[in-house]
Structure formats: structure tokens, C-alpha cells
Design a protein around this ligand. Structure first.
Ligand code: SF4
Length: 364
């Protein structure tokens, strides 16, 4: 590390990346860097319903649920879902004794429903093998359904106050800028740099602090470097590179087009079916749909009526646009047999995906 002259109590260093990787950094210096961030955090950190400040969480279950909800979903959206969930399923026991369909209803709208199914599966395993408690050992957490390396680290840090390095999108941006990494960085590389800064104590607060710094100060556009506790050691700030870091390479998403079929019977009920194919949207209810235009129509009839509205939704790997098609048919004449005709007033009993909710909105 190259030392800079300063009167500030924070050690001013420009990180020499090669040396840093070989572990030349001094613990004293990194502790001072962490301390400066923690000082900022205690004055400016965000309040969240699942967050406690100052040590381990008294309810690791709350941390686990919030961490899974926060994957792919914003803090703002998660807050109301989390509170509703904790009211209905306040602990692992209550979750494990519910049925999956109800669990999915409480997840409805958050998307990526595999997460809810895995939480439920995991609750059953915790009841069977861990007396209804989350283990605090990372290697045990990693063996549980739906808990990958990121969630395991988050639970260790936020629930058990361990010195775990947690790397999310905010942390990637902060670390890439702090170290002045101008190339396309990998998560592993960021982890290596971030780990060196993680203090041995205050694991929970430090993990929250670096995330909050990314969310509130080191924002993607126009970071507020003038109020940042790391402004004097940050390579991107010193070299005026904040608009070039992090260097992101986003692969183009595929575009898919298809049809969604609204089939109404003589009693005014609509045909819906439960999705049973593994993966995307499994276990949710839906109107029949296809993501391939060439497959139109779903079955032969002269009465299909294509509406002018379309519905679009973006999944992780593709954008989907569906044309809405309607058909009125007698229940007995409907060739689809795996689902049922359900009155609109009863739809609230069934978990639907966000895509299907968009279709319903269009119909209204
Ligand atoms: S100084 Fe600026 S670019 Fe560097 S970490 Fe702070 S906010 Fe981010």
C-alpha cells in the first residue's frame, strides 16, 4: 500500500492491488478503515424491520426470511411482505405446520417462487433435524434447501454476528470503486478484496454498513463522495473514475412472444390450472399460456378472439410479451382437463404469478 500524507485519523492509502492480493495489507489499517465506515453507519444506517444494530439477532429466523425475500427484490418492496409474513408465520414451527399453497399465497407478488418453496422445504428439514432452529455454522447452513453461499454468509453475519464477508450488488460497486478496479470484475475477485476489510468484530453491523454505503452514498450514478467516510482512500474518487467503475457487462436478454388464453364457461367462471413443470412458476395457478407464437391456438376453435391488449413481463433471462386471447365455451366442450373453472370471486384463494396478475389487470 502506498501511504499518502494526511492529518486525518483515517490511514490514507492507495491500494496496491498486486500486493493486496498477496495479503500485504496491515490489520491495523483495515481495522481503521472499517471503523470509519462503522462510525458513519451508526449515524446514517437504514432502519429495517429485520435489522438489529449492535450484535447478534435475537430471531435468526427473521434474518433468514428477509435475506431470501431480498434476493432479486428491493428493500422497499420486501418490507410490507416481510411484516405480513412474520405476522402469519412468526417462527419456523408455524411455517412448517402451514401448507405450501398458503405459503405461496403469502409470497404472491414477490416473484421467483422457487424461493418460497425452498423456504418451506427448509422449515420442514429444520423441524426434523435441528429442533426447529437455524444452525449458526456456515457449512451446515449450506446443506439446507435454498441456502446458497450468499444466504449462508448473510445469516452468519446478520443473525449470528460472525465476521462474514457479504457481497451483494452494492458491495460490488463500493469495493470496485474503493480499489479502483476498472476491468469487468467477478464476484469472487470482489470477495477477495472485501474479505480483507471485514473486521473480526461487529460482523453484523459492518455487513449492514457497507451495504448501506452502497445504497445511500456510493450509488450507481453520481455517488456522494463528499460525504463518504472513505472519500480520502477511494481510488475511484481520487482518480475521478466513479463514472467508469464498476465496469459492467450485461448479457442481452432474450425476447419471447406468445399467447395467454382466457377461457370462460357458461357460468362466467375462468379456466385456470396449477403449474407442475419444474422450475419457473412451479406450484402457482395460471391461465394457460405459451411462449411460442407458432403454437397458436391452444386447441382448435373458430371462436378465439384476440384482444388488442398485450402483457409484458421480464424474467431473469428473458423478456416475454403475450397477446391475450379469449374464448367462451361450455365446460363439457373444453378439451383441457388438468385444471378447473373457477369463479372470479374465488381467485383470491389461489396463488398467481405477477405475470398472471398483469393479465387480470388488463381484463379488468
Ligand atoms: S468515495 Fe465515492 S466512489 Fe469511493 S466509496 Fe465513497 S462514494 Fe463510493
Amino acid at each position: 500500500m502506498k501511504q499518502l500524507k494526511t492529518n486525518d485519523s483515517l490511514p490514507l492509502v492507495i491500494f496496491n492491488q498486486k500486493k493486496e492480493k498477496k495479503g500485504v495489507s496491515s490489520r491495523k489499517q483495515t481495522d481503521a478503515i472499517a471503523k470509519a465506515l462503522l462510525k458513519w453507519f451508526y449515524q446514517n444506517g437504514r432502519k429495517m424491520p429485520w435489522r438489529v444494530i449492535g450484535g447478534a439477532h435475537d430471531n435468526p429466523y427473521a434474518v433468514w426470511i428477509s435475506e431470501i425475500m431480498l434476493q432479486q427484490t428491493t428493500v422497499k418492496t420486501v418490507e410490507s411482505y416481510f411484516l405480513r409474513w412474520m405476522k402469519r408465520f412468526p417462527n419456523i414451527q408455524s411455517l412448517a405446520s402451514a401448507d405450501l399453497q398458503e405459503v405461496l399465497l403469502y409470497w404472491q407478488g414477490l416473484g421467483y417462487y422457487t424461493r418460497a418453496r425452498k423456504i418451506y422445504e427448509c422449515a420442514l428439514v429444520l423441524m426434523r433435524d435441528y429442533e426447529g432452529k437455524l444452525p449458526s455454522d456456515r457449512s451446515l447452513l449450506l446443506k439446507l434447501p435454498g441456502i446458497g453461499p450468499y444466504s449462508a454468509s448473510s445469516i452468519c453475519a446478520f443473525a449470528f454476528n460472525q465476521p462474514e464477508t457479504v457481497v451483494d450488488g452494492n458491495v460490488i460497486r463500493v469495493i470496485a470503486r474503493l480499489y479502483g478496479l476498472t476491468h469487468a470484475v467477478t464476484k469472487e475477485e470482489i470477495y477477495e478484496y472485501a474479505q480483507k476489510l471485514t473486521p473480526q468484530e461487529q460482523g453484523a453491523d459492518y455487513a449492514s454498513a457497507i451495504m448501506d454505503l452502497g445504497a445511500l452514498v456510493c450509488t450507481p450514478q453520481h455517488p456522494s463522495c463528499s460525504i463518504c467516510p472513505w472519500q480520502k482512500i477511494c481510488v475511484a474518487n481520487i482518480k475521478n473514475l466513479t463514472d467508469k467503475i464498476p465496469f459492467l457487462h450485461k448479457p442481452e436478454k432474450k425476447i419471447k412472444k406468445g399467447y395467454v388464453y382466457i377461457i370462460e364457461n357458461e357460468q362466467g367462471a375462468y379456466y385456470i390450472e396449477k403449474r407442475t413443470t419444474k422450475g419457473l412458476l412451479n406450484g402457482l395457478y395460471e391461465f394457460p399460456w405459451q411462449d411460442n407464437e407458432a403454437q397458436y391456438p391452444l386447441f382448435p376453435s373458430n371462436d378465439w378472439h384476440i384482444l388488442p391488449q398485450t402483457v409484458s413481463h421480464t424474467f431473469t433471462h428473458f423478456h416475454l410479451t403475450l397477446k391475450i386471447v379469449q374464448l367462451k365455451i361450455k365446460t363439457l366442450d373444453c378439451p383441457l382437463k388438468t385444471g378447473s373453472f373457477i369463479a372470479l370471486k374465488d381467485f383470491k384463494k389461489y396463488p398467481f404469478s405477477t405475470l398472471m396478475k398483469k393479465v387480470m389487470k388488463c381484463l379488468k
